[in-house]
Write a protein that binds this ligand. Structure first.
Ligand SMILES: N[C@@H](CCC(=O)N[C@@H](CS)C(=O)NCC(=O)O)C(=O)O
Length: 392
């Protein structure tokens, strides 16, 4: 027991991290040309972050060595904010000083320049559905991920504390002030500000529970969602499943009980390396057998949401109400980035060869994806942040 006035031994001190910049070199297990192609690559990440986990899993899979830099809150707003125009993680810095943000375009950029098995199928039909699934997973699982993290007391206490230690280590304020600040900030922006209330809670949780069931069905057939190696869709779902659902106390308890195959897949994907996990996707021109229910979720919930969001954006509405699944998410923020996501889906669809486009449209229609994304010119987002890598 410590006596009044007695100094704490180092091990007993609060575990706040002292350094301004924490860096670690992540080396691949096998040597491929990626080490030479991307010398001095740096990845700026946050350890609890949804999209950081997704990008890291990709770099690790492709065996692209990188310096892993956990950024602090001040660095995030000053250095990354200035260099990329966005105070967000993840960001990567190439050896020549170029900075890129946004996990999806970063992954697409590496797919064009890195060695190793492609994570986007060479078959355009499959590739389109991989992109659709990734976009859905990236954006539609964000709300349940934030809800479980910041609505449940046990989760928000733990995560408020982790963020105070791991992200705000460069902010000279007491731990309890930072912890409470993050708990309030994240809840206000990402739960309340995203329309999650008492009457929408059951719906937001059903998105997580349903997704666990859909992924389980896919994983009964194959080790990864599209077959014997990871695809872009795997990395999309990994974002929420790894850094939120498999690790935050409440959703992790649910995952362990309800979906052990998903729990196992999270570790499998984190450990997957291109030099060994390089098997084929399901045969060209086909989709995994169990994909139907996921496509139906996308058609019923996500694509109509993207349309309403884009509509609100075109009318300069900062907030809008969105009815889905028998409830209404009120006053949720209009999201310009997702207007851009919808434009990208449209571009990918339009770029398909005619015959593939017809088949893809049939599949979409069969699963209730009757969305104007495929037919009409989408609403323009004019979103082009300075940190975005070239798209082709
Ligand atoms: N579309 C971006 C999203 C990046 C993003 O939103 N990152 C979150 C962390 S997971 C962030 O930096 N948030 C900053 C904040 O909450 O202020 C991507 O895929 O990288």
């Amino acid at each position: 027991m410590k006596q009044k006035g007695q100094a704490l031994a180092p091990a007993e001190r609060s575990p706040r991290l002292p350094a301004l910049l924490r860096a670690e070199r992540i080396l691949p297990v096998s040597k491929n040309r990626n080490a030479e192609c991307f010398p001095d690559l740096k990845a700026y990440v946050v350890d609890v972050s949804y999209y950081s986990g997704k990008l890291e899993a990709y770099l690790r899979y492709k065996e692209i060595p990188y310096e892993r830099i956990e950024v602090g809150a001040r660095q995030l707003t000053s250095k990354l904010g200035q260099d990329t125009g966005e105070a967000r993680v993840p960001a990567v810095e190439l050896g020549d000083g170029r900075f890129f943000t946004d996990s999806t375009p970063i992954i697409e950029w590496f797919e064009r320049h890195a060695e190793g098995p492609a994570i986007i199928s060479a078959d355009p039909y499959q590739a389109f559905f991989m992109r659709l699934l990734e976009d859905y997973a990236d954006e539609w699982l964000w709300r349940p991920a934030m809800h479980y993290r910041w609505s449940y007391r046990e989760d928000r206490t733990l995560l408020g504390s982790r963020i105070a230690n791991e992200v705000a280590f460069d902010v000279p304020l007491p731990h309890f002030v930072l912890r409470n600040f993050f708990r309030l900030r994240q809840f206000a922006i990402y739960v309340w500000g995203d329309g999650v209330r008492r009457d929408t809670r059951a719906h937001v949780e059903s998105i997580y529970l349903g997704t666990l069931d859909r992924l389980t069905d896919l994983l009964i057939d194959h080790p990864f969602l599209f077959g014997e190696r990871p695809s872009l869709a795997d990395f999309g779902f990994f974002a929420s499943m790894f850094r939120h659902f498999a690790t935050d106390p409440t959703p992790a308890r649910i995952m362990r009980k309800r979906a052990p195959l998903v729990y196992e897949w999270v570790a499998r994907l984190w450990a997957a390396r291109a030099s060994s996990a390089d098997g084929p996707f399901v045969p060209a021109g086909t989709l995994p057998n169990a994909i139907g229910p996921l496509l139906r979720d996308i058609g019923r919930d996500y694509l109509p949401y993207l349309a309403v969001n884009a509509e609100a954006y075109s009318m300069n509405a900062r907030r809008f109400d969105h009815p889905v699944g028998g409830v209404v998410y009120r006053h949720q923020r209009t999201d310009r980035y997702r207007v851009w996501c919808r434009e990208r889906l449209h571009e990918h669809f339009k770029a398909l060869p005619d015959e593939v486009q017809t088949r893809a449209e049939e599949t979409l229609r069969e699963h209730g994806c009757q969305e104007s994304v495929w037919r009409d010119e989408p609403i323009a987002s004019n979103y082009a942040p300075k940190g975005r890598p070239p798209l082709d």
